[in-house]
Design a binder for this molecule. Structure first.
Ligand SMILES: Cc1cc2nc3c(=O)[nH]c(=O)nc-3n(C[C@H](O)[C@H](O)[C@H](O)COP(=O)(O)O)c2cc1C
Length: 388
């Protein structure tokens, strides 16, 4: 990566006419070994010399037959291409064009100091059903720090090419994402330098990067383009500026425009219960005990033979322990709890004891619960599958 950046500096030098050295990184295509934008017999000669060690070898633009090594065959191919006997040279991995990654997982990364960019990033994440990561500065920006045109911290950082404010906390693991949306406010026409820190710290090779920003009035301008050299191996999409207060609908329209679609929601199995074969509607607690029971029931249905106790409950052994967070509880008819970590209790009356709540039966009144549970032993089954 570092090497590529160094080369890029050379390229910029070339671009302003200060460089007369052949710069291989500037070669846009296989065959253009001297990087002058054309494929000529001179390139073939360079490839031949590189093949025998007389020039620096650069596979990206010299390995014309894409076999991973340099030989006279490459020089011959380049020469044939130069004189029109070949119509194309292969483009391969390792060539100058970064290849987009195929995963469709999207991550939204944003920085927002005064809260205008934040909701837009959140809309995008919500619409795309994706993960979101907020870049926060290790030394937070105070109000004084962002009072612009007062030589405040933000003013100084934006005018200092070397400024790279430290990011608070660990960076997101971007390895599983194919696309990263990058949200930021415009600060003096550019992205805040914390974005630069992020781009230089994360490995964004092959990822598609989509910048978006908010501003008082400035367009996205050069702010997005100036981010490109910081992640040169990414595939950059055009940046987009949004006004402060942009609504969710507009973000949805933009996402459609740039062809970003909602990633499929991960479907979690839902826990279902029957009593004596009758499906019972239950509102389950969102806790570790229910998560653990759901996991268990997803592997194979759990059948529990219960017995009535005390005239107010049915109780039966689960055959395994579940995570518990027992608390003194007064139950009501319809409550389902975990007793002693390994027994399930369904109430048709009330009791007070230390339990972990599991859920509550809905849609059955006291009379119906009595009829269902108050007449001897019952069979509970707990199963879990993804609801269609
Ligand atoms: C240091 C600084 C520089 C700014 N420079 C510009 C600018 O050049 N052009 C502009 O239109 N707005 C500028 N603004 C305004 C912000 O871009 C705008 O308020 C943005 O929506 C803030 O986003 P945030 O609330 O997510 O931090 C600047 C704000 C700050 C703090």
């Amino acid at each position: 990566m570092k090497q590529i950046r160094t080369i890029l500096v050379f390229c910029l030098v070339c671009a302003v006419g200060l460089c007369c050295l052949p710069c291989f990184a500037c070669a846009p295509a296989v065959g253009d070994a001297d990087g002058d934008g054309r494929v000529t017999a001179g390139d073939a000669r360079l490839v031949l010399r590189a093949g025998v060690g007389l020039e620096e070898a650069d596979l990206a633009c010299m390995d014309a037959d894409a076999d991973g090594k340099l030989s006279a065959a490459d020089a011959r191919l380049v020469l044939r291409y130069a004189v029109g006997l070949e119509t194309a040279l292969p483009v391969k991995s390792g060539s100058a064009e970064p290849e987009p990654q195929t995963t469709d997982k999207i991550l939204v990364v944003y920085f927002s100091r005064t809260g205008h960019t934040k909701p837009l990033a959140e809309y995008a994440a919500e619409l795309l059903n994706t993960d979101i990561y907020e870049l926060r500065a290790k030394i937070p920006y105070t109000d004084e720090d962002i009072r612009y045109y007062t030589d405040c911290r933000a003013d100084r950082e934006q005018h200092d090419p070397a400024a790279r404010p430290e990011i608070e906390g660990p960076l997101p693991d971007v390895s599983g994402y194919g696309t990263v949306l990058l949200g930021y406010p415009i600060w003096h026409g550019q992205a805040p330098k914390i974005l630069y820190t992020f781009l230089e710290s994360a490995d964004l090779t092959g990822k598609t990067l989509v910048p978006f920003c908010t501003s008082a009035s400035s367009p996205v301008g050069s702010s997005a383009d100036n981010l490109h050299p910081l992640a040169p191996d990414a595939v950059w999409k055009e940046g987009k500026r949004f006004a402060v207060g942009t609504e969710k609908d507009e973000i949805a329209g933009w996402l459609t425009e740039i062809d970003l679609k909602q990633t499929k929601k991960k479907e979690e199995p839902a826990l279902q219960m029957t009593i004596n074969g009758t499906a019972i509607s239950v509102v389950w607690e969102d806790n570790e005990a229910v998560a653990s029971l759901t996991k268990l029931a997803a592997k194979a249905p759990v059948t529990v033979q219960t017995t009535p106790y005390g005239g107010f409950e049915q109780v039966g052994a689960l055959g395994t322990g579940l995570p518990r967070n027992d608390a003194q509880t007064t139950t009501a008819a319809g409550d389902i709890v975990l007793y002693n970590g390994n027994q399930i209790v369904v109430f048709y009356g009330s009791n007070t004891w230390r339990y972990t709540r599991l859920g509550k039966i809905e849609g059955l009144d006291g009379g119906a619960l009595n009829a269902l549970l108050g007449n001897g032993a019952v069979t509970l089954t707990l199963s879990a599958s993804v609801r269609s």
